[in-house]
Design a protein around this ligand. Structure first.
Ligand code: DC
Length: 224
């Protein structure tokens, strides 16, 4: 524990396939997978549930003391004991999460929890600001990208699988809007860390991306 823990940071824009890939990399090394986007989504879900306008920063901040988020080993997300794993993928949450993620007080609240998790476990953490802000000393930093068209198609298929009905066109619009808000916000915007390795995944399969990341990590670990 502690000093010997290893962190792999995977950042990039929305729907670049980070979570699927991060889970596989985590399984390979037996590390804990931490989906930080799910934490911002969970907070957003709670804001909406309480009938608060996500565009109201002060009102959203005021809910911080009421929110306890728990991520489980089987990738479930709980808010105050309620399983919100599916609800946080609904369009109402996706369409509002970038507002919530732009509020510094909420970011600090969630960042502290993310750092704590990385202190007690070896982790693969995916998000937007892991390599730049949450874990600047991460052992390996990956910046995973893909074009909006490819990402929209991936998210569309993912939603279909989860039984969430959305149109490809709406997803493309939402992704472009989220990317814009996420990369232009004042605090910890979406940005490649100087020491991150960029992987453009437009023409790579999931397994190819996973293999590439494992190769990078193994090399750094000195594994042959
Ligand atoms: O990865 P995702 O699409 O589930 O993330 C949802 C939103 O949360 C995303 O639009 C931006 C925000 N986010 C963030 O600001 N910082 C993170 N580390 C992770 C997600």
């Amino acid at each position: 524990m502690g000093i010997n823990n290893i962190a792999i940071a995977i950042d990039g824009p929305a729907a670049a396939g980070k979570s699927t890939i991060a889970k596989k990399v985590a399984n390979h090394y037996n590390f804990v997978y931490i989906d930080t986007g799910a934490m911002y989504r969970a907070f957003t879900w709670y804001v909406l549930k309480r009938g608060v306008d996500p565009k109201d920063e002060t009102a959203s901040n005021s809910l911080i003391p009421e929110v306890t988020i728990r991520l489980t080993a089987d990738y479930k997300v709980f808010v105050n004991g309620e399983d919100v794993s599916k609800a946080i993928r609904e369009p109402s949450v996706s369409g509002n999460v970038s507002y919530i993620a732009s509020y510094p007080k909420i970011r600090l609240f969630l960042t502290e929890q993310q750092r704590e998790m990385a202190k007690v476990n070896s982790v693969v953490m995916d998000g937007r600001d892991i390599g730049t802000y949450v874990l600047p000393d991460a052992f390996v930093k990956i910046f995973q990208t893909a074009s909006v068209a490819v990402r929209a198609k991936r998210r569309y298929l993912e939603n279909l699988e989860k039984g969430i009905a959305t149109s490809l066109e709406d997803i493309e619009k939402e992704l472009a809007m989220r990317d814009h808000i996420d990369s232009t916000r004042a605090m910890a915007p979406l940005k490649k860390a100087d020491d991150a390795i960029e992987l453009d995944t437009d023409n790579l399969s999931i397994d190819e991306v996973v293999a590439e990341i494992i190769k990078i990590v193994d090399k750094k670990l000195g594994v042959k």
